[in-house]
Design a protein around this ligand. Structure first.
Ligand SMILES: *Cc1c(COP(=O)(O)O)cnc(C)c1O
Length: 255
């Protein structure tokens, strides 16, 4: 079934969102929630993972519709979109940064949203130290959650540390960045037309978590796994994701 109309996918950022589009989005959001819950139940998990609604390239009107349906976690890939959207959304939104972040943009990102909740894409000590510095200046009483991004598929096009390096980076960030809370690991599954192509990525991230937990001296279960997107979130839930990042299945195709 196709739930999002062509007109919605092509709606320019300035236009008014029609009632039919609002209804479609609400329907999509509910059906993604239901699919996450069903996958969690099927995997025998006591509670479903959280849903980060990935709103990159989408106008703030659509984010508000999702917000009105109870969505609070929103994921963005581009610093300038957080800068533009955060002031237009309620203060209880939890912004997740899920795009590649250059150290020289950390300042703008932290300044954009006092409610920046988690950066999923920390892949170097340099970036972590820059975030630490900016959080210390902007909100020293409110630590920032971060995840270490792992390039589980070793694709040159993807950011992230090699699986063998993630535990050391997590431990070094925890040691040297007191205002960052290392809350877990993130990966982007390999995309291919075959079902299940990302499964080895998800399993690799679970292995990385065991090693990161040991290096951090915490229980593996206390660390999050951010994995799964529109085309593979149910497999990610089955593999143990604690947060899935779903965009186009909720908001429609991106232009
Ligand atoms: C865009 C994006 C998503 C969401 O992708 P969809 O296929 O639209 O669900 C999730 N994670 C990352 C890192 C992304 O860049």
């Amino acid at each position: 079934k196709v739930y999002i109309t062509q007109s919605m996918a092509e709606t320019p950022a300035q236009s008014v969102i029609g009632e039919g589009d609002a209804a479609a989005l609400a329907y999509n959001l509910e059906s993604v929630r239901a699919r996450i819950a069903a996958a969690a139940t099927a995997a025998g998990r006591p509670s479903p993972p959280s849903l980060v609604a990935v709103s990159k390239t989408k106008p703030v009107e659509l984010l508000r519709i999702a917000y009105d349906r109870g969505q609070r976690d929103f994921g963005e890939n581009y610093v300038q979109e957080v800068v533009a959207k955060a002031p237009q959304m309620p203060a209880d939104v939890r912004w997740h940064f899920i795009g590649h972040l250059q150290s020289n943009k950390a300042k703008d990102l932290v300044a954009a949203a006092p409610n920046l909740f988690c950066v999923h894409t920390v892949d170097s000590l340099k970036l972590a130290q820059e975030l630490q510095k900016r959080i210390a200046a902007a909100r020293p009483d409110n630590p920032l959650a971060i995840m270490v991004q792992v390039n589980t598929s070793a694709e040159a096009s993807k950011s992230g540390v090699a699986p063998a390096d993630c535990a050391a980076l997590a431990a070094e960030v925890a040691r040297s960045c007191p205002l960052l809370r290392v809350c877990g690991l993130m990966c982007i599954g390999k995309y291919s037309a075959d079902e299940g192509s990302a499964l080895s990525d998800f399993e690799a991230l679970v292995q990385c978590r065991a090693r990161a937990a040991e290096a951090l001296g915490v229980d593996a279960a206390s660390l999050e796994l951010s994995m799964g997107m529109s085309h593979d979130f149910e497999q990610a839930v089955a593999a143990g994701a604690t947060a899935v990042r779903v965009g186009s299945t909720i908001f429609g195709r991106r232009g």
